[in-house]
Design a protein around this ligand. Sequence first.
Ligand code: ADP
Ligand code: MG
Length: 239
Amino acid sequence: MTAHIDIQSVSKRYGSLTVLDGLSLSIKANEFMVFLGPSGCGKSTLLRMIAGLESVDEGTIAINGQRIDNLPPGKRDIAMVFQNYALYPHMTVADNMAFGLRNINVPADVISARVAEAARLLEIGHLLERKPGQLSGGQRQRVAIGRAIVKEPKAFLFDEPLSNLDAALRVRTRVELAQLRNRVKSTMVFVTHDQIEAMTLADRIVVMNNRKIEQIGTPMEIYSRPASRFVATFVGSPT
Ligand code: ADP
Ligand code: MG
């Protein structure tokens, strides 16, 4: 279960502010694609449009060849992990993970099996009966990822999922995400302003700046052949 995502001439405006201006690119099935760019360049807006949480003003987004403009968010087979985790504070970890599946009437035994498997993968089995308020930031982040995994989505969307962790935990979680990627076969779309995250996680990187794509390439291509001064400066390549 995996998806290729095609973004064609997509623009987005908030009032008179143009946030994205004619973006076109394709994300391959099973690819780990990282969108890298400074704060405010429109990364979250683009993810939210793919997830269906934001309308597309101009252009099209298609998942496995099907235009998503008319697909309700619940029918897109996509799971998003938010920067602030967005867990339900009054529910246990297990219920947080199960909630989305109960909503779409997945049978209870299938839900428990998926929650148990995700908990094993993320090593949070001992936390299932706790509430989010009783968890550390790193643990909450695992629960948020677990909640996405149990949906068995065709694509995962990550919006700066490591940015609220301290430096040591960020490094560890980055390594774990890379490992997770090998176990959960799915398309990964990952947004960050952190060059090292992009370089270590990505199959390909989309460098964004000022409403547009500056460059798309493998980490090695971006680093060794930056297409513009901005890319060279932002990824710290030698010039
Ligand atoms: P990033 O995730 O790269 O930091 P965002 O996609 O969050 O960037 O935001 C891009 C730009 O759009 C910013 O200038 C931001 O202030 C603006 N923006 C984002 N969401 C809204 C909104 N709902 N209404 C108005 N402006 C917005
Ligand atoms: Mg953002």
